[in-house]
Design a protein around this ligand. Sequence first.
Ligand code: HEM
Length: 401
Amino acid sequence: MVQAEDLVYNPYSFSVHDDPYETYRKLRDTAPAYWNPDLGFWALSRFEDVLEAFRNFNTFSSAGGVALENRRPIGQSLPGFQQMIELDPPDHTAFRSLVSRVFTGRRVAEMEDEIRQIVDGYIDAVAKKGFCDLVVDISGPFPMDVICAILGIPEADRTELRVHADRIMIREDGSMTIPKEAADGMFGLLAYFIEDIARRRSGSDRSGLITDLIGLEVDGRALTEEELLGFCVLFVIAGHETTTKMVANAVELLSRHTDQRDALVAQPKLIPGAVEEVLRFHNSTQYMHRTLTRDLRIHDQQLHEGDSVLLLIGAANHDSREFGLSAEEFDINRRPDRNLAFGYGAHFCLGAALARMEGKIALEQIHLRLLNYEIDHSNKVRFHSSNVTGWNNLPITFTAN
Ligand code: HEM
């Protein structure tokens, strides 16, 4: 297969963010192992290839960074913090087992009432007005509240953390360079947690997962400052960004498929299936980055040790080889056996049960309380990052229930 010269996939291009799926189709059909010579990366787009790469951490390593713009030689961590998402097994395994019990389906189910109260609080604040910005007023703030409740971060500090986390993701059109605003966001987040950890060490009454982690051991020793900061940064970014974007993506999609929206209102039991379909059809996480640990031949292309490879979740989840001829249609009644929205294998999203629960509750409360919502599509504003897709602003009008 020869890659067409005019086929360009740039994950930083704002026009790709507007609609990546046409490009993804061309990649799957004509360049399943695609090489971008300008940015220096390979991209895998077919479902089976992406799944196999997620599974095969010995060849597709996370230890060179999981975002393209943060790539570096394998084993070198980002300055100041070390995250388990950037470790391969067996190193990764011990860190993951420290925190996995907190995010099991059972633990998450216990949070259902608390999450519903948080979501309802934001809806209460706008319901009487008959209009709001779905992102600013509802889907933006609530996931940060939920993850902060788990971490033990006081309510007064949550907006500050959200501002930092949102800035970290910002990218400029077409450019891989990390803008100053994003770097400042990361410094802000690290500065917050350096102080928070010090305060907890010196006996403050803050409880929650961060305090638990300070008291835990890995391989018979306490966690280092870098490892503690890594957990804090990972949970705040992973727990907030993707879920926030998922809920707004769902509402935006449903506003354009009103027959399916009406079905959800009439039968709320369809909502968990709708959440799955949003994750498959327009996932907030579009790709993960891996670094090759050995030479590899795939689809007649020669890849080399040290090369960057993007695993295109968004493309894989539209692959008709897996989802049939209707793969590119949005259908809340679809019941696929599997999709790659949360990755696969060793790093399968730790927060998947929590994200599903948050998505279910948000869609239940929105469809119960904000009737016949309509989006002002001409004034919605897209969020631009490299691998997270969603909205900054989604103005809606509705009839309050
Ligand atoms: C719609 C929402 C979400 C999506 C689409 C999503 C997606 C993903 C994906 C694709 C991965 C795999 C990364 C890789 O293989 O390199 C991942 C990992 C992870 N996610 Fe999520 N995520 C979501 C929500 C959450 C939430 C709410 C949390 C909160 C705890 C969370 C925490 C994590 C963590 C800690 C990891 C790393 C796991 C590890 O390294 O073992 N995610 N997520």
